[in-house]
Design a binder for this molecule. Structure first.
Ligand code: ZN
Ligand code: ZN
Length: 103
């Protein structure tokens, strides 16, 4: 449990976490555990896709105490990761919409 990082994330400084050596070590550990395969593609879509991200099942901001918890971490590909973050997609859509309006 890393109190400094939990503090930073609680304050909203998520980047401090993603840049930390603790996270980068853990991230590699999880990718290795999952054989660098996207776990959602593997188990749900029955495809083999190379994992590029390690995702927090309970999102980092929702529970910073699970930030380095193996059971809360899963290797995903970009596509599946975006599906896990509909909030990001909505933001992108809004941006796109604004651009269209401008033209
Ligand atoms: Zn996938
Ligand atoms: Zn994620």
């Amino acid at each position: 449990m890393n109190e400094r990082l939990i503090n930073e994330v609680t304050k909203g400084n998520v980047m401090a976490f993603y840049k930390s050596t603790e996270w980068n070590k853990k991230r590699l550990e999880i990718l290795r555990r999952d054989h660098f395969e996207c776990q959602k593609c593997k188990h749900i879509k029955h495809q083999l896709t190379r994992a590029t991200v390690v995702h927090h099942k309970v999102h980092l901001r929702d529970d910073p105490f699970l930030m380095l918890d193996d059971d809360n971490l899963i290797s995903l590909c970009d596509t599946c990761h975006n599906e896990e973050h509909p909030e990001k997609r909505i933001k992108n859509k809004r941006k796109h919409f604004r651009n269209e309006e401008r033209w």
